[in-house]
Design a protein around this ligand. Structure first.
Ligand code: MN
Length: 291
């Protein structure tokens, strides 16, 4: 049984950066492991050859999405107008790169730095994030790009940690091309179960990250994936499902530290990714069989 969902893999399974030699390796490995889509984190976009990457990805017949988080000195959820402005400029440049490589979906912690905040979000900071993301969404719409709000756990953002928070933020942004991005790793930390958030988000779900509670091999942790995949089937989710996993075996000098990747959970990305693709297919088919 097959489903309509494009199944993707995060590029950090393969390489720490996105130089053109790394892009060529990422794309070849993604195809070899049987995926439809590659997700490129833009943490290394200064060294990304946009035109060459676009061609490499397109020639391989892959779809591409882009993701990123912001930084504490360039954060649209700050109270400080200068920090907000740097965040907005950062997002604008990232949107250009996403469009340049051929992505139609740009997601992540677009609303926040990726890291541990020392205090709650302020009203002014939230209003700044809403305002910047509304402008970005309108700009993105003109380029045929949708934005995702990836719901991250409390140790990576103070802006939104649950599906309900994200729906409120998306309501306040108020643009049709802004959708919700659920990640099972973050859900496991913040949500009450793996079903309710999916049903709450419903047809506003635009993107999914599949990751274990320790971000290693799927099925080697404690997340209730059957429940989650059955919930996706109940809402007829047909969007991308992207496998996300990190190990100290593949290091980005920036993103790995932002995500607290201290442990070695695997060494062989190809084996990891092949097994994840099978795991996702089995769960999608099982859920579809009783939906
Ligand atoms: Mn994620």
């Amino acid at each position: 049984m097959s489903t309509a969902n494009p199944v993707g893999v995060h590029a950090l399974v393969w390489a720490g950066g996105t130089t053109q030699p790394e892009i060529e390796s990422i794309v070849a490995s993604t195809v070899a492991a049987g995926y439809d889509l590659v997700e490129l984190s833009l943490h290394d976009m200064d060294r990304l050859d946009v035109d060459a990457a676009r061609k490499t990805i397109a020639d391989a017949g892959l779809q591409v999405s882009c993701s990123r988080g912001l930084a504490f000195d360039a954060d649209v959820s700050s109270d400080d107008p200068e920090v907000v402005a740097r965040g907005a400029t950062f997002l604008q440049g990232s949107l250009d790169v996403a469009e340049g490589v051929g992505a139609t979906f740009f997601t992540g912690a677009l609303y926040s730095a990726l890291g541990k905040y020392g205090a709650p979000l302020t009203e002014a900071g939230r209003a700044n994030a809403v305002s910047v993301l509304r402008d970005l969404a309108r700009e993105a719409a003109g380029r045929g790009i949708s934005l995702g709000l990836e719901i991250c756990n409390r140790y990576e953002t103070n802006v939104m940690n649950t599906a309900r928070d994200a729906l409120r933020l998306a309501d306040d942004i108020g643009e049709d091309n802004v959708s919700i991005h659920l990640d099972t790793y973050h859900m496991n930390i913040e949500e009450s179960d793996m079903v309710t958030p999916v049903l709450e988000v419903g047809d506003r779900l635009g993107y999914v990250h599949i990751g274990e509670n320790h971000r290693g091999y799927l099925g080697a942790g404690s997340i209730d994936f059957p429940a989650f995949f059955h919930a996706l089937a109940r809402i007829d989710y047909a969007g991308p499902i992207t496998f996300e996993s990190f190990s100290s075996a593949v290091v980005s000098p920036t993103l790995s530290n932002d995500l607290s990747i201290w442990r070695n959970l695997w060494d062989d990305g190809a084996d990891l990714a092949r097994r994840a693709r099978s795991f996702i297919d089995v769960h999608l088919a099982a859920a579809a069989s009783v939906a």
